[in-house]
Ligand binder design. Structure first.
Ligand code: ADP
Length: 488
């Protein structure tokens, strides 16, 4: 079959052949040739016409079937939402049209595929970015420091709960708010502005602010830094506010502790050194004086020893290194032992020591050495802060709720009401009572630690300046019914 584009020339050649046959027939048939020639000519014309007609019908049939084939394939592509190739047989205009369409479809398909891959890549990147941003936000929310992040338009991108509490604002979840409409602290706003303008990566400032809810004065360390993109353009600012109040307090307490300890160590050491120098230089006269100097040195050495013991005991208790040896003990016996120890001191000032103990023994489950130390400290204070000829009374009793009580009452100088809360602090001494007796301000702190921290007991004080003080300790009773004896 001829290709369609060649049909017209072929038809013309056929007609030309028919015309030349007609001309030849007219020339070579002189007799009767006219009729034959006309007959032949018409036969040829009719034959050519018939041939052309059939040829055209066939040609059209073939075109229609090819077009139908193309339409079917296109409909299939539409239904399956896919781009494929149009497959037709032959070598005519339709097949060349189909091959150009295929070329076009191939281009579309390639472009489509490229876009699909790009879209997939973008989706992946956006999901990674979303996950990272969520993780970042979760991290910011979970940290205890206040964190504020602004974007390139000075709007708040994120701020954690700590920042909202500290600066007393609430972040709207729907839209980003300008930072200066949310934060009212002008100094912090200035810092954000300054760091952005200078494109700085670190601006640190120490500020003091009152907590909006507790009114407590806070020491804050504010760190501000810019966030940059790949072109080194500022795309935001991060502000981290670190509450250093406790750190500062601890540093201050450490300083106080060191200066107190140094002071307490220096005083006895200075007197030991002075008396030792006098003895060494032979400037001490009679033997009695020498003995007196030696006993002063001994006293001061004992004072140093007590101080070091107290510090070590307190630090052991607070570090949790002290191993409690809990055993059933008779409270009365511990009191007796402490009174025996303190009696010489009481006698020096002619202080009467009175005990009021119940007939039946009070058993407590405690670390005997530590409770003895606590009772001794209370008794020692009662004697120390009493005037001559005074009286110190020690009482003990128990209630029906499983608790034992110990009371040490004196008629001494007393403690002013506004000082009573502070007397259990480390190294605290009531200024009004300093002249009454020497001390290091650790005794009651140690008692407090032994009773409250280690034995789940309580200690309270009632006192009136000039009339005396009463310290009351409560401890859990030991439930055993066996008679209990104390180590001596
Ligand atoms: P110190 O070594 O100074 O006695 P403490 O810790 O034992 O240290 O006591 C702290 C402060 O409490 C004392 O400096 C004193 O002013 C006051 N204090 C303690 N016990 C009594 C008491 N029985 N009477 C009056 N004041 C007391």
């Amino acid at each position: 079959m001829l290709p369609a584009r060649k049909t017209l020339p072929v038809l013309m050649i056929l007609l030309a052949l028919a015309g030349s046959t007609f001309w030849l027939a007219g020339r070579w048939a002189p007799v009767g040739g006219g009729i034959f020639s006309i007959w032949l000519t018409w036969s040829l014309i009719i034959l050519s016409g018939i041939f052309c007609f059939f040829w055209l019908v066939l040609f059209r049939q073939r075109h229609l079937s090819t077009l139908g084939n193309i339409r079917e394939q296109l409909q299939h592509f539409v239904q399956t939402d896919r781009i494929g190739m149009i497959m037709i047989e032959g070598n005519d205009e339709l097949s060349s049209l189909a091959s150009e369409m295929n070329q076009y479809l191939t281009n579309i398909k390639m472009r489509f595929e490229k876009q699909r891959l790009e879209r997939k890549e973008l989706l992946l990147q956006s999901s990674v970015a979303e996950t990272e941003s969520r993780q970042g936000r979760a991290i910011i929310q979970s940290i205890s420091e206040a964190v504020i992040v602004t974007d390139r338009f000075d709007e708040i991108l994120t701020a954690n709960q700590a920042a909202q509490d500290l600066l007393d604002f609430q972040l709207s979840p729907e839209s980003r708010q300008p930072v200066n409409s949310v934060i009212k602290d002008q100094e912090l706003l200035q810092m954000l502005e300054q760091v952005r303008q200078k494109k700085s990566t670190n601006l640190t400032r120490l500020v003091q602010r009152q907590h909006p809810h507790t009114d407590k004065m806070l020491d804050l360390k504010v760190l501000t830094a810019c966030v940059f993109d790949d072109e080194k353009e500022v795309i935001g600012v991060v502000m981290v506010i670190h509450d250093i109040t406790t750190e500062k307090e601890i540093a201050r307490m450490k300083d106080d502790f060191v200066s107190c300890v140094t002071h307490e160590l220096k005083t006895p050491l200075a007197s030991i050194r002075a008396y030792a120098e006098l003895i060494a230089e032979g400037e001490v006269g009679p033997v009695e004086s020498q003995q007196q100097f030696c006993s002063i040195i001994q006293e001061q050495a004992d004072r140093l020893n007590r101080l070091i013991d107290d510090i070590l005991n307190i630090s052991h208790i607070q570090a949790g290194h002290l191993e409690l040896v809990l055993e059933p003990c008779a409270l009365g016996l511990i009191i007796e032992q402490a009174i025996t120890t303190i009696r010489p001191q009481a006698l020096e000032k002619n202080i009467e020591l009175v005990t009021c103990l119940p007939e039946s023994e009070i058993n407590i489950l405690v670390d005997q050495d530590l409770i003895y130390q606590a009772v001794l400290n209370l008794l020692s204070n009662a004697v120390k802060y009493s005037q001559r000829d005074g009286k110190v009374t020690v009482r003990a009793w128990q209630d029906n709720e499983g608790r034992a009580y110990l009371e040490v009452e004196d008629q001494g100088v007393g403690i002013p009401a506004d000082e009573q809360e502070r007397i259990f602090e480390k190294f605290y001494r009531v200024p009004q009572n300093n002249s009454q007796a020497e001390g290091n301000g650790l005794g009651l702190h140690l008692v407090h630690e032994i009773i409250q921290s280690l034995h789940k007991g309580t200690i309270t004080v009632k006192s009136q300046p000039g009339r005396g003080s009463t310290f009351t300790v409560s401890l859990p009773l030991c439930q055993t019914r066996e008679p209990v004896l104390c180590r001596s």
